[in-house]
Design a protein around this ligand. Structure first.
Ligand code: CA
Length: 248
């Protein structure tokens, strides 16, 4: 079965160009030229990946992404296409649940590489959620403190790997897959300072080609969802090195 990609791009010539390149790589491509059509297609059909331009008529890309994730519970990997230097778009895009972003104008090779990584990462995530891969931390050096039945505890925070839930003092914390994986990695390696590179490898995979500052972005999201909400200091920054969660 071929991999289906939805290309959402209002510049029809560019959309056509991307379509041809992707088809050349063996992907099956559908196109949408505005946000509303994109949302209808993405919720009505099954795609393996969505390439989503932010500047779109009807609904912008970020809004499409939010509605997909929040209203529809759809977790198809989304790569956002942003304008040059639109830092805020990148951050809100990752926050809204995009797996990656690419800046216009881009080389088609870069786009193809990011698509490959996103697809691979998504299937890894699916394995993880199904209780497969990454379950055994011993393979990469071993966790210092092995979690009992996949449950990690810090203060009043409980991360349950099997249920894929995080609770603080009984209050549920909603995390994206990558935030969850980041938190789990830090909890599993309690008291060990994790470098940005290590976290990036753990969370995004060895072949991730993006920038290491995505680690800082995810840490910021975790802090805003946990530390700030519950008034605690769980994740410590080790200047120039990385991040650590210390035993209490
Ligand atoms: Ca556009």
């Amino acid at each position: 079965m071929s991999t289906r990609i939805l290309v959402v791009e209002d510049e029809e010539k560019l959309a056509r160009f991307i379509e041809l390149e992707l088809e050349h790589e063996g992907y099956e491509v559908s196109k949408a030229f505005d946000g509303r059509t994109a949302l209808t297609m993405a919720t009505g059909e099954q795609f393996d990946l969505i390439l989503l331009d932010i500047m779109l008529p009807e609904l912008n890309g970020l809004e499409v992404l939010r509605r997909l994730r929040q209203d529809d519970g759809n977790n198809t990997p989304v790569i956002l296409v942003t304008a040059r230097d639109a830092v805020m778009d990148k951050v809100s895009g990752l926050d809204a649940g995009a797996v990656d972003y690419i800046t216009k104008p881009f080389a088609i090779e870069e786009l193809l590489a990011r698509i490959r990584v996103a697809l691979k990462m998504h299937s890894k995530m699916m394995d993880l959620e199904a209780g497969g891969a990454l379950k055994d931390g011993a393979a990469d050096g071993g966790p210092v403190e092995s979690a009992k039945d996949g449950i990690f505890v810090w203060n009043k925070l409980v991360l349950d790997e099997k249920k894929h839930t995080v609770k603080y003092d009984g209050h549920e914390v909603n995390l994206t897959n990558r935030e969850f994986l980041m938190l789990r990695t830090l909890l599993e390696n309690k008291d060990i300072v994790m470098s940005r590179d290590t976290l990036l490898e753990k969370v995004c995979g060895y072949d991730y080609i993006g920038e290491t500052n995505v680690v800082d972005v995810y840490i910021r999201f975790l802090r805003s969802k946990i530390d700030e909400v519950f008034g605690i200091k769980m994740i410590q920054t080790v200047r120039g090195v990385g991040y650590v969660i210390k035993s209490e």
